[in-house]
Design a protein around this ligand. Structure first.
Ligand SMILES: Nc1ncnc2c1ncn2[C@@H]1O[C@H](COP(=O)(O)OP(=O)(O)O)[C@@H](O)[C@H]1O
Ligand SMILES: [Mg+2]
Length: 248
C-alpha cells in the first residue's frame, strides 16, 4: 500500500506519436482538494499529457498513480470509473442532441440510475441556463454555454479529479472569468482539478500550484502565486500585459 497522500502522481511519463516524443520525463502530483494548472505554449504537450492520464493515449514510459493505484495501462472507461474525468479540448458537445441528452451521456458509466438522476438536478442547479435550455439542441448554445455543458456532462460522472483541456479557448474574457469562477466553486465541493491552459494568467489565478511545460518537459513548478511573480513566467507566458486570452 502506497504511503503517500497524492491523489494523482505521475512519474517519468513519456508519450510518443510514432517516433516523435511529445512528452518526456514528466513528473506531476496533485493533492486531494487542489487546483493544479499545467501551462505552456501551443504544442508543448499539454493535451498529450491529459490524454495519457485519461487513458486515450498509451504512455511509452512512466507510471500514473491515482489514489495509489496504477491506472497507466487501464482502458479509458475503467479510468472514468475511478473518477478521473476529462472535459476535452474543444468541448466535444454533440450539437444535434439536446442539452439534457448531452448531460445524460456523462452518466453512461453509472450503475445507480437514481443517484445519476439526483446528480442531474445538482448540475442543473449549478447551471440554471442548462435547465432553461434543456430541450434545445446543444448546437443552439453559445460557446460559453457549451463549455458549461461540457463541464456539467463531466460532473455527471462524479469526478474525483476533473481534467480540463483549455476551457477558455475561443471565449470572451468575461465568459472565461465566469467559467473559472465555476471551476473554483466545483473545487470547493471537494473535486480536485487539473487545469490545462494557454491562458496562463487566468489559470494561475485560480490554481494552488502550477507546472510549466516546454517542448514536452516540465521546466518549472511552484505555487501559483510564485509563478505569477516569476520573471521567466511573466516574460514567456504572461506577456507583461493585462489579461490575455482570445476573443470571439
Ligand atoms: N496526433 C498526433 N500525431 C503526431 N504528433 C502530434 C499529434 N498530436 C500532437 N502532436 C504533437 O505533439 C506535440 C504536443 O502536442 P499537444 O499535446 O497537442 O500540445 P499542446 O496541447 O500543449 O498544444 C506537438 O509537437 C504536436 O505537434
Ligand atoms: Mg492542447
Amino acid at each position: 500500500m502506497a504511503t503517500n497522500k497524492h491523489l494523482l502522481e505521475i512519474v517519468g511519463l513519456a508519450v510518443n506519436y510514432g517516433h516523435i516524443r511529445a512528452v518526456h520525463q514528466l513528473d506531476l502530483t496533485i493533492q486531494q482538494g487542489e487546483i493544479v494548472a499545467l501551462i505552456g505554449a501551443n504544442g508543448a504537450g499539454k493535451s498529450t499529457t491529459l490524454l495519457a492520464v485519461s487513458g486515450l493515449l498509451k504512455p511509452s514510459a512512466g507510471t500514473i498513480l491515482f489514489e495509489g493505484k496504477d491506472v497507466g495501462r487501464l482502458r479509458p472507461q475503467e479510468i472514468v470509473q475511478h473518477g478521473l474525468i476529462q472535459v476535452p479540448e474543444g468541448r466535444a458537445i454533440l450539437t444535434t442532441l439536446t442539452v439534457l441528452e448531452n448531460l445524460e451521456l456523462g452518466a453512461y458509466s453509472r450503475k445507480n440510475r437514481r443517484e445519476a438522476a439526483q446528480d442531474l438536478e445538482v448540475v442543473l442547479d449549478r447551471f440554471p441556463i442548462l435547465r432553461e435550455r434543456g430541450d434545445l439542441p446543444a448546437g443552439n448554445l453559445s460557446g460559453g454555454e457549451q463549455q458549461m455543458l461540457a463541464i456539467g456532462r463531466a460532473l455527471m460522472g462524479r469526478p474525483r479529479l476533473l481534467l480540463l483541456d483549455e476551457p477558455s479557448m475561443g471565449l470572451a474574457p468575461l465568459v472565461v472569468q465566469g467559467i473559472f469562477e465555476i471551476l473554483q466553486e466545483i473545487n470547493k465541493t471537494g473535486t480536485s482539478i487539473l487545469l490545462v491552459e494557454q491562458n496562463a494568467r487566468q489559470a494561475l489565478r485560480v490554481a494552488n500550484r502550477g507546472y510549466v511545460l516546454e517542448t514536452g518537459k516540465i521546466v518549472l513548478s511552484d505555487t501559483a502565486s510564485n509563478l505569477l511573480e516569476n520573471q521567466k513566467v511573466i516574460d514567456a507566458y504572461l506577456g507583461g500585459g493585462k489579461d490575455c486570452c482570445s476573443v470571439d
